[in-house]
Write a protein of this length. Structure first.
Length: 277
C-alpha cells in the first residue's frame, strides 16, 4: 500500500480531513462527497470488518503498523493511500488533537430498504426488536443509542429523515463503531412509516408521557413478538402524529421528582426491559 509522508497542511490530498470540527459543514459535505470519517483504530477495524471500503487513511507514524496490518487483511486494502504526518500537522488540518490512532475517509455504502433491513436481521430470520429514532438531532445521542442497541441485542435501527446522520464522525466515535454492527436505514416518509412496520407484523410502542401511556413494566410483562420502540428528539419528544399513530404509548416509571431521562439513557432502559433471548 502506498505510504505517503505529508508535511504541508494545505496538501490537496487531505481535503477530506479538513476542518472536521465544523459540524454544519461536515454534516452537509460528507454525504454529498459520498464519504464518512472513521475515527480511531477500533472504529476503522469495525468498519473494515463490516465490509466498508476506505479511500484513504490519515495517521501519525506510531499507528502505521496497526493500520497496515488491518488493510492487508481486506480485499483491495493494499491500494489504499496512507498519509502519515506529525501530530501537530494532524491537529492543524482536522481542528482537534488526533490521539485515537487513525482517521479514515470511508466510502459510504448504499443504504438498504426498510424491508431488506427487517428481513436480513438475525441472520436472515427477520427482526423482532427494532428501534426507531425520530428527529434525534444530537449526534452523541445517536451514537450512544446505537451502542446500546448493539450491546443489548436490538435487531435493527430505523432513522427518520430529519434524524442526525449515524455515520457522522461524532456518532460513529461515540458508538465505538457499533453503527457498523447493527443493521440500519432511513424510514421515509415518517410517521407514515408506522404503517410499513405494522404491515411487517410489528407493534409500535412510542416512548412518551401521555395520559394513555402504560408503564414499561406493563409492556415488558406481555411483550409482542415483534416490537418497534419509537424514541423522540431531545426536548420536544415525539411528534403528536407519531404518538397518535402508534399502537401503544409507553413511559418509564420515574422517582425522585424526575419526569424523564435523556433519550440515550431511556433507550438503554427500554432495550433492556424488552430484550429477547
Amino acid at each position: 500500500m502506498p505510504v505517503i509522508t505529508i508535511d504541508d497542511p494545505a496538501d490537496e490530498r487531505l481535503t477530506d480531513y479538513t476542518g472536521l470540527t465544523d459540524v454544519a459543514l461536515r454534516s452537509k459535505s460528507e454525504p454529498e462527497k459520498g464519504l464518512y470519517i472513521a475515527e480511531s483504530s477500533t472504529v476503522l477495524r469495525r468498519a473494515l470488518e463490516a465490509g466498508h471500503r476506505p479511500r484513504s487513511v490519515l495517521l501519525a507514524h506510531r499507528w502505521l503498523p496497526d493500520v497496515e496490518e488491518m488493510l492487508a487483511a481486506v480485499p483491495g486494502g493494499g491500494d489504499v493511500p496512507v498519509y502519515v504526518a506529525a501530530p501537530e500537522l494532524l491537529e492543524q488540518v482536522t481542528g482537534f488533537h488526533v490521539h485515537r490512532g487513525a482517521l479514515a475517509a470511508m466510502h459510504r455504502p448504499v443504504l438498504p430498504t426498510v424491508a431488506d433491513v427487517l428481513a436480513s436481521a438475525r441472520g436472515g430470520r427477520g427482526a423482532r426488536r427494532v428501534a426507531v429514532l425520530e428527529d434525534i438531532v444530537d449526534h452523541t445521542n445517536v451514537g450512544a443509542i446505537f451502542r446500546s442497541a448493539a450491546g443489548i441485542g436490538v435487531d435493527a435501527v430505523l432513522v427518520t429523515p430529519r434524524c442526525a446522520d449515524p455515520l457522522y464522525r461524532r456518532s460513529v466515535r461515540v458508538s465505538m463503531g457499533t453503527v457498523f454492527q447493527v443493521p440500519w436505514t432511513r424510514i421515509d416518509p415518517w410517521p407514515d412509516g408506522i404503517e410499513v412496520l405494522r404491515a411487517a407484523g410489528f407493534v409500535t410502542a412510542a416512548l412518551a408521557l401521555t395520559d394513555r401511556s402504560i408503564t414499561l413494566d406493563e409492556l415488558a410483562a406481555d411483550i409482542p413478538e415483534r416490537l418497534a420502540l419509537v424514541l423522540g428528539t431531545e426536548g420536544d419528544g415525539l411528534r403528536p402524529g407519531t404518538i397518535t399513530g402508534a399502537d401503544t404509548v409507553v413511559r418509564i416509571p420515574m422517582a425522585g421528582g424526575v419526569d424523564s431521562l435523556n433519550v440515550a439513557a431511556a433507550s438503554a432502559v427500554a432495550f433492556w426491559a424488552t430484550r429477547t433471548g
